[in-house]
Design a binder for this molecule. Sequence first.
Ligand code: NAP
Length: 457
Amino acid sequence: MEFRTVNPATGEVIRTWRTMASDEVMQTARRARDAFNQWGDLSVEERVPYFQRLAKVLRDNAEQWAVLVTTEMGKPVTEAKAEIEKCAWMTEVYAANAAAWLADEKVVADGLEHIVTFQPLGVIFSIMPWNYPFWQALRFAVPGLMAGNTSLLKHASNVTGCAFAIEDAFVQAGFPDNVFRTIVPDYETVSALIASDNVQGVSLTGSTQVGRHIGSEAGRSLKKVVLELGGSDPFIILEDAEIDFTARGAVTGRMVTAGQSCIASKRFIVVEKIVDAFTRRFTELMKELKVGDPLNQTTQVGSLVNEAAISELEGQLAQSVSLGARVLCGGERLPGRGFFFPPTVVTNTRPGMRLVDEEVFGPIAPIITVKDEAEAISLANSSEFGLGGSVWTRDLARGVRVARQVESGTLFVNSITKSDPRMPFGGVKNSGLGRELSHYGLKEFVNVKGISLYKHG
Ligand code: NAP
């Protein structure tokens, strides 16, 4: 079966691809399984130089691969380059810390010292989304491989070019054959692969709906699974927040990748005392953003990914407006070719409106007024999601107190939510299960084996 990649900023077809036949995919999985026999036997110290070279390959190719990212999914080329740079940094963080993070642990029990050791599982199958084509795939693959597993990547169809560029990065870095492979399977083959003996774990980053499906398939085969799913992160503004600083954070938090980030700030929950001042400044700043050709170095907001994304946004906005929401800026797709939607601020929003209840994957910022901190926390927790979030206050202790009460995998005080290789990343509720990054992510796909020692006789 053939499919096409379309540049969302221009509507032009970039390339036609072919889905791999099931046999070809299964054979690749067998090869990855064979490669595991040698790769999994190396010590962490022996694996580290491969990752040091990978970081360099990513940096050396950042310019050209950033253009590929931009033409396949529409984000500004400056953001795409920063994404690849972040992948190189994350790879270096693992190269520097993996030996310590995977070191045996000692447990003293019954007067004797026992061992907990972390052994690789085998082939881990990753299914990844298009919004951060390099970051999502490598954020899983680097720790997975560092722990001694081998890996298969099925990327979102629209970023198949990126998927093969990532495979090329591993080849250029000198990794042994089949330690990392990109495959292009149809959905039926994805299911067959999950069930196959050649795959020992599954990692999906994507929508909650697809997460449920892949999670069930993995569960049926009793395969370990990590699910990084959707989010509707609260951006909580308390009455002591500094307006300009917070409004600038709100713009970045909402608008990164034109709002198409799982951890974008999606619900702006503002204490009534400062809601007018915040809304005024936030709207001014949103209007200043430069929307346009994502290949232009000065563009701040690129294209949305496709027609379906833009019409979903229009539907969410129309339903909310029909219930009383008010658009302060933006609100209508831009004319001309490509899928451009302007920065949009909406007030008078509340639960029951799609802009508040659903994940809004684009540049629309709903502002919800609350009377105080307690109502802000309760509203933040009323979502089906629990990925990230932020709270903005001059009082750090208060920020931590609020952060502890928000149901989420990460919570930032006075910063937008960001992924960081030194910190765990993941969600609760419908945002998923398991963790990526840090030593927690490194240990998701390992056999945590206890070796208990007793004296003879
Ligand atoms: P998606 O539609 O769920 O797709 C994700 C991946 O699953 C793609 O590779 C897709 O391949 C594949 N897929 C879809 N249906 C499948 C099926 N029935 N069987 C097998 N594979 C299937 O998500 P998306 O639109 O690419 O990404 C946006 C979503 O991802 C948002 O909800 C966002 O919040 C979430 N996300 C979460 C995180 C996180 O870390 N929590 C990070 C980024 C994004 P095809 O392209 O071939 O359909």
